[in-house]
Write a protein that binds this ligand. Structure first.
Ligand SMILES: NC(=O)c1ccc[n+]([C@@H]2O[C@H](COP(=O)([O-])OP(=O)(O)OC[C@H]3O[C@@H](n4cnc5c(N)ncnc54)[C@H](OP(=O)(O)O)[C@@H]3O)[C@@H](O)[C@H]2O)c1
Length: 333
């Protein structure tokens, strides 16, 4: 089968022929129709991710059709249009993944290939309202945003929500989910075009985080936020407690712009603010997200579609977020 293989840190993705994976008894083989990239894939290629190993077929997100089933798997799964849940061994606790949890695309070979093998319980039905390319955009960014917003942030109708860095894969899902939940959504972004795009998608307004005193401008216009979703950290994170309402939840899952800056603790305890870390999502989060996407007929923002042959070109688009909005997808077959 054709696959995009990563041989080492800062190496280009190489397209080559590799063996189709052999199935264990509890696994299925998926013929991939589409895959999508996450910042995780980019960090892995840069060598800035825990547990690196090479060679590896990266890619946590995929959608396709079940081609074959292992001995202990219901044969009726064959032919099923599937979206793959990227995590193996989440475990029994909804609050956190088990120590044995691992992700597709590192340490296990992932979805930048014509076929991938996963455990049968990682197969979910493709949402009926989406194409395979749209479906492949969902898994990591979608469920991370869903869990951050609803499971951790407890977002409900009428809440005031702030999403920082809306143009990213996860940020654009958080926007769509919060709008669909009938929250009042505000956003930040590096560009006025992206702010306009978010407003067209239902956000009430936004500010450019590159402006001086962007937080003051935002609170003057919008007031205070019940839920704040962030994946940037860096200096801007220090402003978020000031923007949070009493009882507000600040939920974060990434550090695109750096690490945690020094924080003023006083507004955090005085306003009874919770700062919550989150990662990925449980199988229940994943199932709930898929149902929500169908119910609300949400179609992901796709920034660009490449062929598998152009996997390296596709991942290079993640070197800068300038001009991008939403996910980068690979069309496979
Ligand atoms: N823990 C998890 O499970 C998990 C899951 C998914 C993602 N993540 C992490 O979350 C981050 C986003 O992932 P992604 O796949 O959505 O990446 P992405 O598509 O590359 O998005 C990155 C976005 O970050 C925003 N950004 C950059 N600098 C910023 C700043 N100083 N302040 C606010 N926003 C800023 C930009 O928004 P604009 O374009 O609007 O300027 C950019 O589009 C990454 O660090 C990733 O590793 C973690």
């Amino acid at each position: 089968m054709k696959a995009a293989v990563l041989y080492g840190i800062n190496e280009a993705l190489t397209i080559e022929d590799v063996a189709i994976p052999e199935l264990a008894d509890d696994e299925v083989l998926v013929k991939l129709k589409a895959a999508s990239l996450n910042k995780r894939d980019w960090w892995i290629q840069k060598g800035q991710y825990a547990g690196l190993k090479f060679p590896i077929i990266i890619g946590s997100d995929g959608a396709g059709v079940v081609e074959a089933t292992g001995k202990n798997v219901d044969e009726n799964l064959k032919g099923k249009k599937a979206i793959i849940y990227f995590m193996k061994n989440w475990g029994n606790n909804e609050r956190f993944q088990s120590q044995d949890a691992i992700m597709l695309g590192l340490p296990e070979n992932g979805c930048l290939a014509e076929f991938v093998k996963v455990k049968a319980d990682q197969i979910f039905s493709k949402p009926a309202n989406l194409s395979f390319e749209e479906t492949a955009a969902l898994p990591v960014a979608g469920v991370t945003a869903y869990r951050a917003l609803f499971t951790k942030g407890e977002c409900k109708q009428g809440d005031k929500v702030l999403i920082s860095g809306v143009g990213g894969g996860a940020g654009s899902f958080a926007l769509q989910f919060a709008v669909a939940a009938e929250a009042e959504v505000w956003i930040t972004s590096s560009s006025d075009e992206k702010i306009s795009k978010a407003v067209a998608a239902g956000a009430k307004g936004g500010v450019n985080y590159r402006m001086e005193n962007w937080d003051k401008k935002l609170s003057d216009e919008a007031g205070y936020f019940d839920v704040i979703i962030d994946s940037a950290l860096g200096d801007g994170f220090a402003n978020l407690a000031g923007l949070a309402a009493r009882g507000g939840r600040i939920v974060f899952f990434g550090g695109t712009a750096g690490n945690l800056p020094p924080l003023n603790g006083r507004p955090i305890f005085w306003k009874q603010i919770s700062i919550l870390g989150t990662t990925g999502g449980s199988p229940s989060d994943f199932k709930n997200m898929l149902a929500f996407i169908e119910e609300k007929n949400i179609h992901p923002f796709i920034d660009a579609v490449f062929s598998l042959d152009d996997a390296e070109k596709a991942i290079r688009t993640m070197d800068s977020s300038a001009g991008k909005f939403g996910k980068v997808v690979l069309s496979i077959s």
